[in-house]
Design a binder for this molecule. Structure first.
Ligand SMILES: Cc1cc2nc3c(=O)[nH]c(=O)nc-3n(C[C@H](O)[C@H](O)[C@H](O)COP(=O)(O)OP(=O)(O)OC[C@H]3O[C@@H](n4cnc5c(N)ncnc54)[C@H](O)[C@@H]3O)c2cc1C
Length: 189
């Protein structure tokens, strides 16, 4: 049983995984390598002069791995309540996993949210047709399933989707720990 399973390893998903794993939570990322960021050239991400999308995605995954996240390449086909009644089941083309919480960070591909029976709403951003309906914390219509990044309807920019993945992960971590969570490292002497 994972504490958090994140579907998608783009800026939103990898950023969520960095926070989740660094918080000491058992974290799994499932991704099928079909994200939009792999086609981007980025010069508007704060703190980064310029970077190609594939490098940003690889760096994000490497950072998540550094803090102990596991990453498996597979397509997720369904997320829903486990039959046993505790937690969530995540069905993939390579087998099933279980988690207490799931964050969908699936970018512009709404298929998984639709197939999992989440409430879907029209997207507001250019070329984004549908997104998962979320509350102010990132919760979807199914308890335990959260959404972040383009999949949750935020502006289609890497700094915003990465920030949103972090924001939603902090909300999940805070719920698990029972108090607001903050992750601050201090300048080394
Ligand atoms: C051509 C282009 C140029 C761009 N240029 C810029 C730019 O200059 N500056 C800027 O800020 N932004 C730019 N962007 C936008 C930026 O890439 C996105 O806003 C943002 O980074 C998307 O992040 P995300 O994590 O939400 O989605 P994505 O990066 O799309 O990641 C979603 C991930 O979920 C995975 N996934 C989806 N469904 C499943 C499933 N069922 N099972 C397993 N995995 C799944 C995908 O494989 C993917 O890896 C550009 C985008 C494009 C297409």
């Amino acid at each position: 049983m994972y504490d958090i399973i994140i579907v998608g390893a783009g800026p939103a998903g990898a950023s969520a995984a960095i926070f989740s794993a660094k918080a000491g939570l058992k974290t799994l990322v499932l991704d099928n390598d079909k994200g939009m960021t792999k086609r981007a050239w980025i010069e508007n991400h704060y703190g980064v002069m310029e970077i190609d999308g594939p490098s940003m995605v690889e760096l994000g995954k490497k950072q998540a791995l550094k803090f102990g996240a596991e990453i498996v390449e597979t397509k997720v086909t369904f997320v829903g309540e486990a039959e046993a009644g505790e937690g969530l089941v995540v069905e993939t083309e390579g087998g099933n996993y279980e988690a207490k919480h799931v964050i969908l960070a699936t970018g512009a591909i709404p298929e998984l949210a639709e197939n999992s029976g989440l409430t879907i709403v029209d997207g507001t951003e250019p070329r984004i047709k549908f997104v998962a309906e979320v509350d102010e914390f990132g919760r979807t219509s199914t308890p335990g399933i959260w959404a972040a990044g383009v999949a949750a309807g935020v502006s289609v920019h890497s700094i915003i989707t990465a920030g949103d993945g972090a924001r939603v992960a902090i909300n999940v971590i805070s719920e698990i720990k029972g108090q607001r969570y903050v992750d601050h490292d201090v300048l080394k002497a």
